[in-house]
Design a protein around this ligand. Structure first.
Ligand code: BES
Ligand code: ZN
Ligand code: ZN
Length: 484
């Protein structure tokens, strides 16, 4: 897609369609179209669109009036979703050369970034494996028309492109079916990305994990013919950082979750190809981090396995020894995410991470609790939580904090090992988090349960069906804004 800033008058821009924001408080309709507002055909509400053809005085073939809501409350996140929805509206009509007018008071790097992200995210479709692409016209060009503006605007464009392309990279990984995206293939993709962006990469294979003692992860992968992989991506800033921070991002990479011997029902089991979206978010974020060059070192750690059943599979009641030395009684083989994350978290600590954030499609229980609009958030450190809230609010990614506490740890007591891997139905997302906390220990840590937010079952006005790439932007922004 050709992407650029156009310092022209809106009337002179050539495009299939020129997007103009329409706010609630006042109208931006071109001269002669005011009655549309008067009769209530257009109110300036979000998700409202009106396509005007051959508007006198404009070179663009059409003007798309895009409802933007109250100007007073308009956040850069609203610009991202408005542009994404507008782009999808136009794509559905086979209009691929698009421009938008950025109002003068919104001509900031932040808004340019958000608009760019909207265009790139809205353009994404999950049709790679369809023979017929006729219904998807990818954007040929997206121009942001600004009136003057500073040099910083080019930086905004660059940032937006990095974030959104990294998020789309994660979405594409998420959408791949499990026959095509095994742990080995996921590791290959991460490796290729690392080579392209110049960051460090190491893939631990089964033998190495056995040598290190990752018994918790290996117990999950032993039922699959596909070998596991521990993907380690390393970003080091060019200039030695002032502080001692080493941020660790950990992502669950189960390329398919059958449930194992504690097998899942057939209905919707296909969706368990998305069980690697935590890893995809980390890999996507590491791509963005490599290109944005934040001031702190960041390590991305993605344990990847396939959770299968068969004569070699782990049984309920099996006891495994994790990398931390703690023993775990596996009472349900479907609670596998926490088993692979336990070893990844310990490994992250061994690599010197001072702060940890993990992302995982961990529990059905978090979907019952929060539905599909908020990611479940758990935290053990207020300072890290504060940084995280700033990043997610800036990126418009919604989180809802759930509690941790020793009373929930009671549910994980095992008669035979240090801890059991399930704690019953009640508070299922919380007991899963408490299990991880056992391994995170004193390291400041945030756990994000993205089981409800990692994919859309149906397409939305601003986002295609399939993997959402949730957390890629927040992770990258957390690192980019970090000052010790
Ligand atoms: N990958 C699933 C969680 C999941 C379920 C994600 C539905 C998205 C939608 C996870 O590995 C799992 O199976 N968790 C179990 C835990 C239970 C056995 C304690 C669950 O949530 O049912
Ligand atoms: Zn499972
Ligand atoms: Zn799972």
């Amino acid at each position: 897609m050709e992407l650029r800033l156009d310092r022209k008058s809106p009337t002179e821009v050539e495009a299939d369609a020129l997007i103009v924001l329409e706010f609630e408080e006042f109208s931006s309709l071109p001269k002669g179209y005011e009655p549309m507002r008067e009769v209530g055909e257009l109110k300036g509400k979000p998700k409202e669109f009106a396509l005007l053809h051959h508007v006198p005085g404009y070179h663009a073939h059409r003007i798309l009036m895009a409802g933007a809501g109250p100007k007073q409350k308009f956040h850069s996140s609203d610009l991202r979703t408005t542009i994404a929805s507008a782009v999808r509206f136009l794509k559905a009509r086979h209009l691929g050369n698009v421009a938008m007018v950025l109002p003068e008071d919104l001509s900031t790097p932040e808004h340019v970034s958000a608009a760019t992200e909207g265009a790139i995210l809205g353009d994404f479709e999950c049709d790679r494996l369809k023979s017929d692409h006729a219904d998807d016209t990818p954007l040929g060009s997206f121009h942001i028309v600004v009136d003057g503006g500073s040099d910083g605007l080019e930086q905004g464009l660059k940032r937006g492109r990095i974030l959104a392309e990294s998020q789309n990279f994660a979405r594409a990984l998420g959408n791949e079916p499990a026959n095509l995206l095994t742990p080995t293939v996921l590791a290959d993709r991460a490796q290729a990305m690392a080579r392209e962006t110049g960051i460090g990469v190491e893939i631990l294979d089964e033998a190495r994990m056995l040598e290190l003692g990752m018994g918790s992860l290996l117990g999950v992968s032993q039922g699959s013919a596909e070998p596991p992989a521990m993907i380690v991506l390393r970003y080091e800033p060019k200039h030695a950082p002032a502080g001692k921070t080493r941020l660790g991002l950990v992502g669950k990479g189960v390329t398919f979750d059958t449930g194992g011997i504690s097998i899942k029902p057939a209905d919707k089991m296909d969706q368990m190809k998305f069980d690697m979206c935590g890893a995809a978010a980390v890999i996507g974020a590491m791509r963005a981090i490599a290109l944005l060059e934040p001031p702190i070192p960041v390590i991305g750690i993605c344990p990847s396995v396939e959770n299968m059943l068969g004569s070699k599979a782990q049984r309920p009641g099996d006891i495994v020894t994790s990398l931390s030395g703690k023993t775990i009684e596996v009472l349900n083989t479907d609670a596998e995410g926490r088993l692979i994350l336990a070893d990844a978290i310990t490994y992250a600590q061994q690599l010197g991470c001072t702060h940890l954030v993990d992302a995982a499609t961990l529990t059905g229980a978090v979907v019952v609790a929060l539905g599909h609009h908020h990611t479940g958030l758990f935290a053990t450190d207020d300072a890290l939580l504060d940084r995280w809230k700033h990043a997610t609010e800036h990126e418009g990614e919604r989180m809802w904090q759930l509690p941790l506490g020793p009373e929930y740890r009671e549910q994980l007591k095992s008669g035979y090992a240090d801890i059991a891997n399930i704690g019953g139905r009640d508070g299922g997302a919380i007991t899963a988090a408490m299990f991880l906390k056992e391994f995170a220990g004193e390291t400041p840590w945030i756990h994000l349960d993205i089981a409800g937010t990692a994919w859309n079952e149906k397409s939305k006005p601003d986002l295609a069906e399939g993997a959402t790439g949730v957390l890629v932007r927040s992770f990258a922004t957390l690192a980019a804004n970090w000052r010790d």
